[in-house]
Design a binder for this molecule. Sequence first.
Ligand SMILES: O=C(O)[C@H](O)[C@@H](O)[C@H](O)[C@H](O)COP(=O)(O)O
Length: 258
Amino acid sequence: MPHGPPAAPILYTFPGEEPLVAALAEFIIKAQDEAIQKRDRFTLAVSGGSLAQHLAGLIGNPGVKWDKWHIFFADERCVPLDHEYSNYRLINEELLTKVDIPAEQVHAIDTSLLDDLDELADEYEQGLIREFANRETARFPVFDLILLGMGPDGHTASLFPGHALLTESDRWVAWIDDSPKPPPTRITLTFPVINHAHKCAFVATGAAKEDILHTVLDKPEEGLPSSRVRVAQPGMTYWFVDDAAAAKTEYLRTPFKA
Ligand SMILES: O=C(O)[C@H](O)[C@@H](O)[C@H](O)[C@H](O)COP(=O)(O)O
């Protein structure tokens, strides 16, 4: 896939949770259909946090072809898979246990490597290489869709403001042991991987996000991690936001159309 400079993100706003959840499901299913048509599979990376509950529109949705889905984690906390902090546990409880996705198509971290973060991140990267090798010729894996959240400090995945990882240009998966949001040890996809996706979509809701959304969208020159998500063309970056989170941003709204 040829990659050009990134286009400006597209902002969709919704009056509340319900229409946002419905629109997000429609958007994901469209991305799924395009991917299956071209590649007969749908590769997705998901974050933790509140994102999981915003995926509820996929449950029981006849448009979803679960057998074609291959799910990775945009970031994961380095804890056992049944730990309260585990992103896998969260997505599993909120979504995966309620749908019919083959277990081997959900790529959790290898928790036998929790004592060696280098090995853990490397093994996760190997999983990406196994998934994407021979399917894409690009230098980086090209996910069909990456779903992200945004923290109140502007972080996304486990890419935090001011962290050395913001300039990582080589690794696909990196680890950190100094996350300001607990727990401290995490692995994360890096910016080159995120920005090579076919599509990347943020979901941010609630008044607690209004200030940071204003900074991230209206002042990208401040270089906060969420502002650095700019998918290379022909890919695109999207924001799914409720009116409460969008209260302060002056960024141009686009009417939603899947
Ligand atoms: O594992 C994590 O901590 C997340 O991947 C993180 O990047 C999250 O998406 C944001 O902190 C937003 O979280 P909320 O949506 O819960 O505010």
